[in-house]
Design a protein around this ligand. Structure first.
Ligand code: 13P
Ligand code: SF4
Length: 365
């Protein structure tokens, strides 16, 4: 082991030089290394991933890999999940520690505990409410769910997780994404009036006692800053231009966009559906730009057209933080025997968080 290499030196390298270093380091580390890449990663990073997927697939891959080092090209909560499901037995690395998720940051333990406490002034939440956290959340919120009979979900298994939750308790507190919660609830036949929004900036979520008492789902007022860009008007314009066209969107989109879409699903579902569509299909896709551009390139030879839903460029700026420079930096450090940017969840948080995550992995496939 030598002194850790500094990121500053790598920031001066161009992408080509980084590519060469990444390939060389991967060759040296061989099976000791697994690079996981989320679909929102930019091409320059995505092409180096050994495995790609949505949040669920990547957490399953992390749980089953034998690799000693997992480099997670994604965002912070994903790397935390990898550390939790591997019980700290793997070294999980996030190339840029600033790669967070603005939606995940909209809920924190203090505010969720306060919400639980405020609900307990009206009913006993540990008897009547299952806390469900979207995987896009900090580890301590997953631990909160583990400690209160709750569970984690992703965008691809939210329905199964909610069915499990309602089979145990009559209500669900869903955080941090109101849209995934509402869109899934609607698909299950829960009336909109029975889904109330908890405004975490207001006392008692801005709700009356009756609203809390009568609600089936209490939805945290969080959202994704990328998906909020997609609007019903974009779909209307598309349908006027291409009446035969199809619309596919992620369930983090707002209620109207989801209602107007032909297909709704996780990033993995979006890719699978578009790839399997008939030649000549014209798609409007409501999810992050890097995925959409890559998919458009991939399927154009099959005469499938893919169009981004928003007229303005919007990508996930935190996913974008992982660049070839950071990837080369963490890899060259590993080759030199140095671990930089390891993500480690303290055991008192990891244990209950693991319980809630394992429940998700067992309950829904
Ligand atoms: P997926 O689990 O569908 O990949 O979604 C992750 C995400 O952050 C979407 O914004
Ligand atoms: Fe978070 Fe939205 Fe980025 Fe997904 S796209 S990681 S939810 S900010």
């Amino acid at each position: 082991m030598s002194a850790a290499l500094k990121i500053d030196e790598f920031n001066l390298l161009d992408d080509g030089e980084c590519d060469a270093r990444i390939v060389a380091a991967k060759n040296i580390l061989g099976k000791r290394l697994a690079i996981l890449g989320h679909h929102y990663q930019r091409n320059e990073v995505f092409k180096h991933a050994d495995f790609t997927g949505d949040s669920l697939k990547l957490s399953q891959l992390a749980a089953t890999t034998d690799a000693e080092f997992i480099i997670f090209c994604g965002v912070h909560f994903m790397a935390e999940v990898a550390d939790i499901v591997t019980d700290g037995k793997r070294t999980v690395i996030l190339p840029d520690l600033a790669a967070g998720c603005s939606m995940a940051d909209m809920a924190n333990l203090v505010k969720v505990k306060k919400c639980w406490e405020e609900i307990s002034q009206i009913l006993d939440p540990d008897e009547k409410v299952t806390p469900v956290t979207y995987i896009n959340s900090a580890a301590d919120l997953k631990a909160f769910c583990g400690n209160h009979g709750g569970i984690v979900c992703t965008s691809s298994n939210a329905r199964g997780v909610l069915e499990w939750s309602f089979s145990r308790r009559e209500k669900v507190l869903f955080f941090p994404d109101q849209h995934l919660g509402r869109n899934t609830g609607v698909r299950m036949g829960i009336p909109l009036e029975q889904m109330v929004t908890w405004d975490f900036m207001k006392p008692r979520g801005g709700l009356t006692d009756d609203e809390i008492r009568n609600a089936k789902m209490i939805l945290w007022k969080g959202f994704c800053s990328v998906h909020q860009m997609f609007q019903a008007s974009h779909i209307n314009n598309f349908r006027k231009q291409f009446p035969e066209g199809k619309v596919i969107s992620h369930p983090e989109n707002n209620y109207e966009v989801v209602q107007m879409s032909d297909v709704v699903g996780s990033t993995e579902t979006i890719l699978r559906t578009v790839r399997a569509s008939a030649p000549g299909t014209h798609w409007l896709v409501g999810t992050e730009l890097n995925l959409v551009n890559r998919l458009a390139d991939e399927v154009k030879s099959k005469n499938i057209t893919v169009q981004f839903m928003s007229p303005t460029v919007c990508m996930c700026s935190t996913m974008f933080r992982t660049d070839p420079q950071h990837l080369a930096w963490v890899l060259d450090n590993l080759v030199a025997g140095n671990v930089v940017n390891r993500i480690r969840v303290p055991s008192e948080i990891a244990k209950p968080a693991r319980a809630a995550l394992n429940l998700m992995l067992e309950v829904v496939d």
